[in-house]
Design a protein around this ligand. Sequence first.
Ligand SMILES: C[S@@+](CC[C@H](N)C(=O)[O-])C[C@H]1O[C@@H](n2cnc3c(N)ncnc32)[C@H](O)[C@@H]1O
Length: 607
Amino acid sequence: MSLYHEAAGLLTAGSSSGSLKSRVFSNKELKSPPAQIYALALESCKWSAVLKEVIENAKLLEAERKLTPVLAVLLVHDFLVSKTGIALPTTHGLRAAVERHKARLSSEFTRARLWKKCSTVDALKSLVEDESRTGPVHPRWVRINTLATTLDDQLDKTFKGFEVVPSVRDVIEGPFSAKRICLDGHVPNLVAVSPGGFDFAKAEAYRTGAIILQDKASCFPAYLLDPRPEDEEDGDVIDACAAPGNKTTHLAAIMDERRGLRLSGKQQQQQQPGFKIHAFEKDKLRAKTLDRMVKLAGSDGFTVINAGQDFMKVDPHAAQYSKVGALLLDPSCSGSGIVGRDDAPELHLPAAAGTATASPGPPDNNKKKRTKKTTAAVTAQKKEQQKRKREGDDSKPQPVMVDDDGETTVLGSEKELQARIEALASFQLSLLLHAFSFPAARKITYSTCSVHAGENEHVVVKALASEVARQRGWKILGRERQVRGMQEWPVRGSVDACGGDDVLADACIRANRDDGNGVMGFFVAAFVREGAAAAEGRSDGDEGPYVRDAEGRIVRDEDGIPTLKATGEKAIDLYCQEEEEGYPSSLEDASRRAGSADDDDWGGFED
Ligand SMILES: C[S@@+](CC[C@H](N)C(=O)[O-])C[C@H]1O[C@@H](n2cnc3c(N)ncnc32)[C@H](O)[C@@H]1O
């Protein structure tokens, strides 16, 4: 079967069996490369309003009875728009059926272009691109991977010549192909770029992992978790549901940066990091992607990938997790907040031979005849619709849900949607409660790319009310204790969905896909353990054993050594002394042995 027949089959299947992307990429029967089919189908949809005019006015379907309207759009798209033409041998019947009408099609295409006041084909391309954009415009969010590069470096190289604008709105509202960039004000090392202003696939920085395409909202969990590795509070970190690895590599970059603040450049290069990220991914195939991404980002030295490992089956009390102080939990969800899921623009089809409908485009030379035919065609179409309705097939697309495992569920009713969300929520809650049981854990973030309260606030409420939360002292991390960018992010949880608890709702963070912030639909909340919670505070003066600055960061001397609050002495002095005396070598132990007044802060480590 040709590329064109396969693309036509997928387009004809309609959205009731999932988005175009999921229909293409989940179809195991396809002979042609899925990426090629998807590109052809998507581009043809974008151009279909123009091509419908061209095909109808050139009377292609009347002359070539074997061509269906969908096939005609796909073939004429490649004939007129694709640089390489129709991807079939010259002798192939489908190709010949179009190329026989070369002159007529080309002149109708020119007429359509001029009708749209475009002086060149490139101008028409931009117009088609703009007109095919459905829904709110989103920038390309680019995370600068600080494991490999710096923001300044990327501004000098990859984004050289870009206009730096003050707000995301300036990016969104500017021309699609503008070269604009905005440095995000909430998440460090994140920029928003004009959606059509840059060909990322060709960028060296993208290919080498120096920049990573990641929606702003998807950067919230790792930033909110705020992992503080090594001799600070959090030790090792778990990413429980890790593939493809956006958040795993973001965690790695944050942890490495923290380490870099403490060590000089040379020390950092010489010393192996003293912390690990344990990344779990139950799906073996997705784990391969995770592995590739971790290597590309440069965090493979301290990331342990547990491929094919179900996080639910991990023993929290196993020795290798005894130092896990923080967990990031981003489980499978309905994916209802994802931008671009129902991504294909509407497909406009030319009327089949003998049923030509009115075309609102350039006037053709047979206007009188067309009007007569049009009336007849509309009546025939109405009759056909009535017949289908009588037969119980009104072709109204049914709602579908495509989760991030690519699983498509056709939902017949609101009740089915609720049942699906309940099933997901129950799985999400079990994972969260499992995360609560890690002995040394002090912080957890829970996130989804779902817009449904059932997968978000409701899971948080149930988790807080659980036995394990009560026994182990897990609480929500209040807004006032969150990292600055997340405190300042304005979109919060739903008070209703939190049972009227406005403090809890304010602690929950949401992102809406159509509110002008240019982000996907997302939810994240952070939990801290009581005892540990006090140590998290940045403002109440009860912040663990080390002296901290106004932003809550541990103050260190030029060698990276913190000062103990209890004694006013450099922690290293105690460390050396105790080493000589055969005491445990960790700085935390040292501070505890020094009789710190903050001993209670460390209760979080006790199980
Ligand atoms: C939403 S995606 C994670 C996206 C990822 N955090 C990122 O930012 O790139 C959820 C992932 O969790 C995996 N998963 C689902 N259940 C799991 C389980 N019980 N244990 C480990 N992984 C699981 C799925 O296969 C899927 O790859």
